[in-house]
Design a binder for this molecule. Sequence first.
Ligand SMILES: [Zn+2]
Length: 132
Amino acid sequence: MKCSKCGSPVTRDKGFEIGGSWFCAGCFVAKAQEARHFSKDDVARLKRAHLEETAGPIPRTFLLQILESGYDRISRGEEPFDQILQDMTNEIERAAGLFISREILQVIEACQHVFLEQEEEIRQRMRKLSGL
Ligand SMILES: [Zn+2]
């Protein structure tokens, strides 16, 4: 067996396999180093993907607005803390209700689309059957 990169002899117990190709220790480490270096764009893309995957039903910018305005009111110190907290909680609950309803509506619309397609298919079959 030979290393896929440098061609030096490799044994099963000393070599490393990646996707069916065998590498000597040196070339394996070099390959692993290559894979470790992500470009800034790669890192930004991964971060965006991570944020999208872990996002809740309320968009982050919306949540941040609620928190920032609440923080502003608290730092002015003109209103009771409990009242501000209550208002913020209400706003978050309203936002969650709104955005979850919107998602449910999208699911219903998607189901309706599938239903209409199937209904049309059944109608076409019935027309064919009645023509037999
Ligand atoms: Zn090698």
